[in-house]
Unconditional design. Sequence first.
Length: 555
Amino acid sequence: MRRIFKIGAFCLCSLCIASCNYLDVEPNEFVTDEDVWSDVRQAEKLVNRVYSLIDNGGGNGINVAGEITAATDESKHHWENPWIWKIAQGGWNPSDNNLDFWRSRYEDIRIANQFLTNVDNIKFPENEESYWAIKIAQYVGEVRVLRAWFYYQLLERYGALPIMTEILGSEDISRLKIPRNSVDEVVNFLVTELQEAADALPKVRDNSEKGRMTMGAALALKAKVLLLNASPLFNGNTMYADVKNYDGKQLFNQVYDKKKWLLAANAAKAVLDLEEGGMPVYTLADKYHDNPVKNYAYQFYTRDYDESILFKIRGNETAVDQALIPNGTTFNGNGKYSVTQEMVDSYEMVNGYPIKEPGSGYQTEGTQAMTTLFDGISTFRVRNVSKRFIDRDPRFYATIFFQGTVWRYEATGRQMHYSYWDNGYNDKEGWPKKGTNCESGYNIRKWCNPEMNIKPSNSVTTGRIQCFIRLSEVYLMYAEAMNEYQAKPDKEVFDAINKVRDRVSMPGLPILETDKTQKGMRARIQNEYKVEFAFENKRFFDVRRWMIAKDVLGK
């Protein structure tokens, strides 16, 4: 009798005093196969178990503002001795790699497979068959999307993978040495899975079911899979020419195929075109269009569902704010990440020019006698802010604490100015311990709630969405894929990227002559990814699929 999951635990000492006959009794804290499949509500719990694994991986840094950001050119984790330093500095190896979750993800896939394999064995209560038949059909689609998400995360890390859709037990030991499928085979499997799942899922969910998989989630993940397959990492990458199975099977396609970009573009367009009742299913978060800083910022510290496609609803918490808000006795945060100058320099000027472009208006010397900055709630006039920080992309002000920025912090009930005191030993506004203070003068502001107090004496918790795919990414996926498929960008490419820029009142492209070329637009799109998804745990994988990691990391 196979036991599916354990809901209790034996006390070890009880085994020492129990009689021998005790060991012959079937423990009642185990739920068996028969228990699960004979009761549809028990089977429903297994579906919820698969949902709980969506951000699983154990120390892999895929949570909100996860540590993986410190393995890129976005930031450095300066808090004592974090594991991510090994990744950032190249000190990891196959047996010491916190980003490796081959085993844990296949364990998660196995749990999904348990449901999908046994779904036909589920027993329904009498007179409820029609209700549960519809419900279970949707659950099958949901679990297939979740399993595909687990596979996608393996795909972007490892490429070629064994495709597992059945349950193997100890009696199948002779079959456990399973060869890997090629990247194209894995992609084709996932595309089929996701399309079939999409056809079984609703386009929208009511409030009681927010966070469950939808048609849009399946189709957006399908587009993401196809974009990864079209990217230089897997599309004709000759670095993998010698990576083969024992039988000589080629695991990585060695011939560049431009049509893969078109497949990705079409898949992204299918998401953008989704409608329900004549209205778009997804729209960009845009509740404060007259305030472009807040219009971007609010979606990261609230539960706003307008552009969230594949996501997890996080419980009320203070941990995210505490990890990011600048450290010190006033703020009571830890401020664990020092944002790099490279990240700061990625934000364009408000006129749309990169800061190093002639005509940008960027200044490195002097301070502005008077300017206005948004403190998270209201706009205030402030003095003597460095001219480096004047007239930048509104996302800069929503994402980064910099010298002189303002913050309406609930703990004090008044506006605070961010000042950098160096990584010294300061027992008043810095932690009284070396190696815990910001090293660059910049902290992460994105995700932080200006109305929240993280001091224990007056704790107000924040509810967020942990978004894995949102609409702005689908727009950029479409722009990227169409730019790579065509000889040069056209109106469709510009319109897609400009949708994202318009949300924060940035001028539309093209602006420079280089924007009208494929190479120039590629640079623009890659930078748009960088600033739009700053500290959202995407850049680590983006720079690898673009094959630019060696150029932008490790500096």
